[in-house]
Ligand binder design. Structure first.
Ligand code: IMP
Ligand code: MG
Length: 186
């Protein structure tokens, strides 16, 4: 990405807003109701994958009204070329046993699906009561491995997007809306 040295450099990289903060807030209410419906008297654990999903997690957990716990993990995936048999390296793991929880993965975006596919395999191996995926954004046209979220708040075309936790070169996570990145600024 071209270097950011001024406010103008920053602003030029934001091509257009594709999802406003009001639209996000509306859908988050519905996602909160969906998570509420999972509760059957046993613990619900919301797990978000850092860094991208931190803003989404902060908002969605406040739209949930059932008793739930919140946890974070961090992962890096390594792949050879386009092979989908990747290895996910957990750089920060959960520190609790999840076998007595209904787990809900709170993710920012599903692109190829590889990262979340690996995380799903890993967490399923720990025998939670159930496991679901709620993603803010879904780019199904980019999928390499078969992976269907239980709920996607927005389905978007194949554009690189920024804001509301999503970054380009670690910038733009602080934007309160989701915008298309200006590819001319790469
Ligand atoms: P996947 O393994 O290809 O599904 O990649 C998912 C990860 O790639 C996400 O958690 C994001 O961190 C990152 N990513 C994919 N698409 C975008 C995008 O359009 N903007 C910002 N980050 C993205
Ligand atoms: Mg992510």
């Amino acid at each position: 990405m071209k270097e950011i040295r001024s406010q103008e450099d920053f602003d030029r990289k934001i091509k257009r807003v594709i999802i406003s903060k009001e639209e996000i807030a509306e859908r988050i209410k519905e996602a909160g109701k969906y998570i509420d419906s999972i509760y059957d008297g046993r613990p619900v654990l919301l797990v978000s994958i850092l860094n991208g999903a931190f803003v989404f997690m902060a908002d969605i957990c406040r739209a949930v009204t059932i008793p739930c716990e919140i946890a974070f993990m961090r992962a890096k995936s390594y792949y050879s070329g386009t092979s989908s048999s990747g290895v996910v390296q957990i750089t920060m793991d959960l520190d609790q046993d999840i076998s007595n929880y209904h787990v809900v993965i709170v993710e920012d975006i599903i692109d190829t699906g590889r990262t979340l596919n690996d995380i799903m395999k890993l967490l399923k191996g720990r025998n939670p009561l159930s496991i679901r995926i709620v993603t803010l954004l879904d780019k199904p046209s980019r999928r390499i491995v078969e992976l269907e979220p239980d709920m996607a708040l927005f389905t978007i075309p194949d554009h690189f997007v920024i804001g509301y936790g999503l970054d380009c070169g670690e910038y733009f996570r602080n934007l309160p809306y989701i915008a298309e990145f200006n590819e001319e600024e790469l």
